[in-house]
Design a binder for this molecule. Structure first.
Ligand code: AMP
Ligand code: MN
Ligand code: MN
Ligand code: MN
Length: 278
């Protein structure tokens, strides 16, 4: 069985390794088909593709787009995209703008609870000045010794109701799906188990996603528990969505699941790659 890992990050967004190093790690871990899916960015794709080619690793061009739906931040993965598509490039550009101002506000809040200089502190961990994210703040808070790991930062800071959380208006679901489809890609709902939706809301979101032409949902991801693999296998089947598999790897020592190291998709799931001719 081929090992697909269709979700991970590099220093182009909030990962710890550059695109070529992520490719090498995927290959070393036995991945056969790999997609780099940086947040709201496609500028790592050229390097990722070149590195994959040199390693004889099959490459899929990807992206993870931040959207706001029902007051919640949701992530939509695009796979098999043409990363040079102008509407996609412009859309991602507009989605990224505002991150810097948001980061300044986050830093202001953190200063009020005794965490000084967080903007400069987070910036030290940023690989792409266009993409300062909560993860970079988390690394700074860990560096200061206030928390011991990313998960504990995201329980005390940077989330709704806690210091350092600044609500942000991302793209819409419609925009993300249109950008992905306009670029010839397949839209996939990332880590559905992570959102704080009621079942009713979740179903409404998936109905709208499908109406817009969305085709896939992550079933086996580093963000899901084993129970959630089964739950979202059922959801995928119920909604007629194809299932995806991806580690959501951000970096060694930081991510719970390494590249390629996930169980296979449950057999009831039609994989998103079923008609890729691989
Ligand atoms: P941002 O796009 O700036 O809102 O940052 C979102 C990123 O923060 C996600 O892509 C994850 O890498 C990270 N993140 C969010 N929530 C958590 C969590 N509970 N545990 C670990 N990382 C998280
Ligand atoms: Mn991330
Ligand atoms: Mn995500
Ligand atoms: Mn991700």
């Amino acid at each position: 069985m081929m090992n697909f890992d269709l979700h991970c990050h590099s220093t182009i967004s909030d990962g710890l390794l550059g695109p070529a190093a992520v490719a090498a790690r995927a290959k070393a871990n036995g991945v056969d088909v790999w997609a780099l899916t940086d947040h709201d960015e496609v500028s790592g794709i050229a390097a990722a593709r070149a590195a994959a080619r040199a390693l004889d690793l099959q490459y899929v061009a990807g992206v993870e787009i931040s959207i706001t739906w029902g007051g919640e931040t949701v992530h939509i993965i695009g796979l098999q995209i043409d990363e040079t598509n102008q509407q996609l490039v412009d859309g991602l550009d507009s989605t990224r703008s505002g991150r810097e101002q948001r980061a300044h506000e986050m830093a202001r809040q953190l200063a009020q609870v005794g965490i000084p200089d967080a903007f400069a502190g987070a910036l030290k961990f940023v690989g792409n000045p266009d993409l300062i994210s909560r993860t970079h703040f988390a690394r700074y808070i860990i560096e200061l010794g206030i928390c011991s790991d990313v998960a504990s930062v995201f329980s005390k800071y940077l989330i709704e109701g806690k210091p350092g959380y600044v609500p942000h208006r991302w793209a819409t679901l419609k925009q993300a799906v249109e950008w992905i489809r306009g670029a010839g890609g397949i839209a996939v709902v990332a880590h559905p188990g992570r959102y704080h939706f009621s079942e009713l809301q979740r179903n409404a979101m998936l109905d709208e996603f499908i109406q817009l032409g969305g085709a896939g949902i992550e079933v086996v991801t580093g963000s899901h528990t084993v129970d959630q693999y089964d739950e979202y296998a059922r959801v995928a089947k119920h909604f007629g969505l194809r299932g995806s598999r991806g580690s959501d790897f951000h970096g060694p020592g930081e991510s719970r699941v390494d590249l390629g190291e996930l169980p296979p998709l449950p057999p009831s799931v039609t994989p998103v790659w079923v008609d890729w001719g691989l």
